[in-house]
Write a protein that binds this ligand. Structure first.
Ligand code: G6P
Length: 613
């Protein structure tokens, strides 16, 4: 969380920083700020609120200067106000710093610095780091790079930082541990950012920084990298695969809607080169070298957070059903702190859109240290989790900017299905004919998702009816239970309506007490296997006067008769149904949020990439 951007080159830094902050805003949007260094003078502007509020405050003025840093914040230490907004200056205001992460030992450092007479203006951990660097310079006479390096040796916690100093006006220093940072290399110019989105417009050559590395970018000497223990590293330059169009709205009113509509393509892209339904094959190059581990696993543990955790739950059903291997699904944040029992025959699959979620990353590191083999399913190439795992597959969903995850979820499900099918087939746990049928059906899924998107208008009308309710219940069974959870999460996240997802039968052990005519119930009713049971559950809900919105397979007449509102979606195999049945729930959350005047792409208090635990 928090987006950081820096520029050093020959152009005015200010417009590059402003645009960069807008692109990074999905990472946090409590406050924003920038600092420009020109002729040895630092000019800083910062404001609580969105990047637009900052730009309005600056009022179209371009602060001259070809070196600068910018930050968009998701508050951790200190309220989101003007004072706590980044950049932060050191005690004597010579050093300016932006930071993404948490300095865990900040209060010990603060106490120490206070004893030495330093005063602080903000409640942030970041200001402490700025003053620590200043103090080291004062005591040792070190240059900025050296002082940053020494300071980081005293820091416990996570950081991606960019530091500038009016005493060294032709340099920026960047460092990372735990929070992402990428450097863009252009012609006589360099960019530093939390992800490549502010960079792609200017250059495709990038260096992804590794943990505990400090980069010095100088107008005179270019880029050099050292570790915080002073070992010189050779920067590894990679070419970005990202395109500018992928990170723009392309005519849609919101990124979320664009991303919902991209799903037929993003699902297809995630299968491309992997699924060959005609030849009856699934190939997954990224897991090839470690496939034996998956085939022989005693158990698979899936770790994830948020929407990715819901994908993991579908993964559990898929792997147990198709590959006959026991699966446990864990919240990464719980797993990492509960001393889990892990061995060499355990396989961990970490699922993360961003590849940066701090808890998921820590869970991966823990499992790795205990000898487990780790596979990753990530969307962002070069991300920390994807680099920490032994093997894995990227979901090729393209950049997801809307904070509420949509296309990444269906791409994760696609990958999990491909993996489970391949492993099940190799193990002989799926009959050949079933395997072939599922491959052919998976190949048809992008078309079925496209067809499902036609429900948009109907879903919008239903949303109009319910946009003022305060609670919602989502029910599903089997493969559709995780989809019920995901539908409820989407609604909560962006429309701020309280919603709960429940296994349809479990509902009578509690939530049924809440049901009345003011509690609409969404029932996912596409399952063939538990069809009669779902009918019973609908009766139970109806008897308590709830209004029912049923998601049914095309041609269903029985449930359509019982429900107050019906959304028909194309029929598909039960194993694949979550990819299709989640679509109307995404649309429902979207329309509800729009009707309620909520900020769809940047819901309050949330952030896209949660790099703090
Ligand atoms: C945040 C986002 C969610 C996301 C979750 C996990 O809470 O707002 O949309 O599902 O993090 O993120 P990941 O990048 O690991 O999938």
């Amino acid at each position: 969380m928090c987006g950081i951007v820096g520029y050093i080159g020959e152009r005015d830094a200010m417009p590059i920083l402003a645009k960069g902050l807008q692109r990074l805003e999905y990472r946090g949007y409590d406050s924003a700020g920038l600092a420009i260094l020109s002729n040895g003078t630092l000019t800083t502007h910062k404001r609580a609120g969105k990047v637009a509020d900052l730009l309005e405050h600056i009022n179209g003025e371009t602060i001259p200067g070809t070196l600068g840093i910018g930050h968009t914040r998701w508050a951790t230490h200190g309220a989101p106000n003007d004072v706590n907004a980044h950049p932060h200056e050191s005690f004597s205001r010579t050093i300016s710093i932006i930071h993404n992460g948490i300095i865990e030992n900040y209060s010990a450092l603060k106490k120490e610095l206070s004893k030495r007479g330093y005063k602080f203006r903000t409640e942030t951990d970041t200001e402490i780091l700025a003053t620590l660097i200043e103090d080291i310079q004062k005591n040792t006479g070190a240059q900025l790079e050296e002082a940053v390096r020494l300071a980081l040796n005293e820091v416990i916690g996570a950081y991606a930082i960019v530091v500038i100093s009016d005493a060294e006006p032709d340099k920026i220093i960047a460092a990372r541990k735990g929070s992402p940072l990428v450097i863009g290399i252009g012609e006589h110019e360099y960019f530093v950012a939390s992800d490549a989105s502010p960079i792609v417009e200017y250059t495709k050559n990038v260096v992804y920084m590794n943990d505990e590395e400090v980069a010095t970018i100088s107008r005179v000497d270019g880029l050099s990298i050292k570790t915080i223990r002073n070992q010189v590293k050779t920067p590894y330059i990679e070419e970005l695969e990202l395109n500018l169009e992928e990170i723009e709205k392309g005519g849609f009113e919101h990124f979320m809607l664009k991303e919902i509509y991209e799903q037929p393509t993003s699902i297809r892209d995630s299968m491309r080169g992997r699924l060959n339904a005609r030849a009856g094959t699934v190939s997954l190059g990224g897991i090839k070298d470690y496939e034996k581990k998956l085939l022989n696993a005693d158990r698979i543990i899936m770790v994830a957070c948020g929407t990715s955790w819901h994908a993991a739950m579908v993964g559990e059903y898929l792997f147990e059903d198709l590959a006959r291997v026991p699966v446990e699904v864990e919240y990464a944040s719980e797993f990492r702190y509960r001393n889990p029992v892990l061995g060499e025959n355990d396989v961990v699959i970490a699922i993360s859109q961003s590849g940066e979620t701090a808890d998921t990353l820590a869970a991966v590191q823990l499992a790795k240290s205990r000898g487990a083999t780790i596979f990753g399913i990530c969307n962002v190439v070069g991300s920390s989790i994807s680099r920490e795992t032994h093997a894995g597959s990227f979901t090729h969903a393209g950049p997801e900017i809307g904070v509420a995850s949509t296309k990444a979820f269906t791409a994760q499900l696609t990958l999990l299905t491909l993996m489970a099918l391949r492993i099940g087939h190799k193990k002989g746990t799926i009959p050949e004919s079933r395997y072939q049928t599922l491959l052919a059906e998976l190949d048809r899924i992008p078309e079925k998702v496209k067809e499902t998107l036609k429900t948009d208008e109907k879903v919008r009308e239903i949303a109009e009816t319910f946009s003022s309710v305060r609670n919602f219940l989502y029910l599903g069974r089997g493969y559709n239970f995780p989809v019920a959870l995901e539908g409820a999460l989407k609604l909560k996240e962006i429309s701020y309506i309280h919603a709960e997802g429940y296994p349809a039968a479990e509902m009578k052990h509690g939530p049924i007490a809440l049901i009345d005519d003011d509690m609409p119930v969404v029932v996912l009713a596409t399952n063939q296997s538990a069809y009669d049971k779902i009918i019973n559950n609908i009766h139970e809900v109806k008897a308590r006067n709830a209004r029912i919105i049923a998601i049914v397979s095309k041609g269903d007449t029985v449930i359509s008769e019982m429900a107050d509102y019906t959304i028909e979606i194309p029929a598909t195999a039960e194993q694949l149904s979550p990819i299709v049945s989640v679509i109307p729930l995404q649309l429902m959350a979207y329309h509800m949020a729009v009707l309620r005047g909520c900020n769809v792409d940047q819901p309050r208090n949330l952030a896209k990439s949660v790099t703090v635990e």
